[in-house]
Design a protein around this ligand. Sequence first.
Ligand code: GLU
Length: 286
Amino acid sequence: MTFTTRFAPSPTGPLHLGHAYSAMLAHDMAATAGGTFLLRIEDIDQSRARPEWEAQIYEDLEWLELRWPKPVMRQSERLPRYREALDQLTAMGLTYACRCNRADIEAAAGAPQEGVPQFGPDGRIYPGICRGRLTDEATETDVIRLNMEKAVLAAELRSFTETGPAFPGTHTLAPDTLISSVGDIILVRRNMGSSYHLSVVADDADQGITCAVRGADLFEATQIHVLLQSLLGLPTPVYHHHNLIRDENGKRLAKRDDARAIAKYRAEGATPQDIREMVGLPASSG
Ligand code: GLU
């Protein structure tokens, strides 16, 4: 199988040094393996995605001397595919409509108890208020959730291989952890027609990704992705979660960190090789 990886930015702000690192690392890994580097635009959140940020992504990546096959995959064009994946989970009896807002969830969660996690990779662990509802009942303002207790029973206990520096080795899905530390994740967000988790799993499979290269902040979300792959009968790629680029105070870079935007370095006369040096990647062979 040809090594295939991707860089999957959301067009909601400028690309900064951390994104450049992620994109160049994935590109270099594909080049070394004689494989393919793909780009995917993660724009399901249409309230935050902007065409000008998407244009800037293409410009910055080209300036960094990265090349990828076109046309690129854009999540906003794939809502029917996400619907199909959702319908598959619904047909298995694993989904339900949820009308809770943040305040409802906070109120039901009650006081924190020692040793019981309150937050997981999908945010606050859902206390299950709407678990008895049907997916068909969903209104415009509802979200669709996965019933985690049922999901772990329906899934095989898949393992995945991690090749990144922080968590190397083989990791196997742990049903108890998925129930207690992840919970009933959102599959379809309000006004979005999907969620990050559902989309990324369908997209990686449809793009034939054999190795997903991304930041270590997404490592905890990987168990959700592998679970969904198992339920949907999709292949599990190898994962490579790289270290995050931090500022001089040790804080990870965020989209609003305009000071470290690639566009700013470009305007100041930096070269792509300067950027490589800043993030600790070897010079490109061209
Ligand atoms: N769109 C995600 C981000 O910008 C990346 C998701 C992924 O690589 O799986 O952080």
